[in-house]
Design a protein around this ligand. Structure first.
Ligand SMILES: [Zn+2]
Ligand SMILES: [Zn+2]
Ligand SMILES: [Zn+2]
Length: 355
């Protein structure tokens, strides 16, 4: 093991910068994108990508069904954790650790293995953020995304309908069957005038984080047709909201992961509930909201007529895929925002190609 850190784990607010020591003989690591429900709802992103690391980053918190969240926000609640870190037990065998200030998911302990979120990786030799080509080369030396897993949880493939990277897509784990992207009978609308697919979702779309401390209900544009956000980001039939994917540096460092998906909802059409929402000013013009308990990215709010809600948090009816809800409730504009900030070469190249 080298005696100097290979990389650092850094969050958006820079409250944290943990050294990570990697054995050079294990690099670059082959790692997965996980699309499971627990990852998507705990992080608020369409999939989670981490690298295995050989040492602990945080004290391990024991499974405890009555108290699944520990934090050291400076109140001494759990002094075993570094100040400004919250841990959340997202399942019996997974604990996630995120920044209490900016919400960035830094690390995860899963089945006796420590994982570092790839979006948090910074390099001792590069300024933050560095030139894109330099950063991409540095990232190439650390990990290579090699497969997708738990696509079964998305129902129909989720974001993989928009990313054709040629990598194996497993229904669950790599020792099981491959997953086939499912297309519904009706083609996915690509333009706002296309008719939405009718499902039993009804007229209120709901979203929630993993722990349920933040919940959102969203009305269709036509419910309040005079809302100023409707003309900008509602579909012409009044049924759906525009959505898109983002690879910007702010999204990466506030979530810990490479891709965020947002649905742009009229302010009058949105109702947020729950005691868990906390805000972080991520830029001069915008604040972000995340769940203080599970750390899920929930929203981006630039003060305009619409508010961005994390598409990963949408709830779907039994048997309906993620994209079935997305087709009925949202429409996508082609491409990915801020691909110029992306650091993962394969993802940058394939983020806007269809399956
Ligand atoms: Zn932070
Ligand atoms: Zn939560
Ligand atoms: Zn972004």
């Amino acid at each position: 093991m080298p005696d100097y850190p290979t990389v650092y784990a850094t969050c958006h607010c820079h409250a944290h910068r943990f050294p990570v020591f990697l054995d050079p003989s294990t690099l670059p690591k082959s790692e997965a994108c996980c699309h499971c429900d627990v990852c998507r709802h705990s992080a608020g992103v369409p999939f989670v990508t981490c690298i295995r690391i050989p040492h602990a980053l945080f004290p391990l918190t024991a499974p405890d069904p009555d108290n699944t969240t520990r934090s050291n926000a400076g109140d001494g609640h759990d002094t075993a954790l570094p100040k400004g870190i919250t841990s959340y037990r997202s399942s019996g065998h997974a604990a996630r650790y995120f920044c209490s200030i900016c919400g960035c998911h830094i690390a995860m302990h899963f089945c006796n293995q420590w994982f570092l979120s790839v979006g948090c990786i910074t390099f001792p030799s590069l300024p933050e953020p560095g030139l894109q080509e330099e950063e991409m080369r540095a990232v190439d030396g650390i990990y290579k995304i090699s497969w997708h897993q738990y696509l079964e949880d998305t129902g129909d493939g989720g974001i993989m309908k928009l990313m054709d990277d040629g990598l194996p897509r497993y229904a669950i784990r790599t020792d099981g069957a491959l997953f086939s992207i499912r297309t519904s009978n009706a083609p996915a609308p690509t333009h706002s005038s296309d008719a939405p697919i009718k499902t039993k979702t009804g007229d209120v779309l709901t979203a929630r984080c993993r722990c349920g401390s933040v919940r959102a209900s969203i009305l269709r544009p036509s419910a309040i047709p005079s809302g100023p956000g409707v003309a900008k980001r509602g579909s012409s039939d009044g049924q759906r909201w525009l959505s898109g994917h983002c690879m910007c540096t702010d999204c990466r460092l506030t979530s810990g992961y490479p891709v965020s998906s947002w649905t742009y909802v009229g302010r009058e059409h949105l109702k947020l509930e729950g005691e868990g929402l906390v805000y972080y000013q991520s830029s001069q013009r915008a604040k972000r909201g995340f769940c203080r308990t599970c750390g899920a990215s929930v929203m981006w709010d630039g003060g305009g007529d619409t508010v961005d809600i994390a598409t990963a948090l949408f709830e779907r009816n039994e048997g309906e895929g993620v994209s079935a809800v997305e087709r009925e409730w949202t429409w996508l504009e082609g491409g990915v925002s801020f691909a110029g900030d992306a650091r993962d070469r394969g993802m940058k190249a394939n983020a806007s190609t269809g399956a």
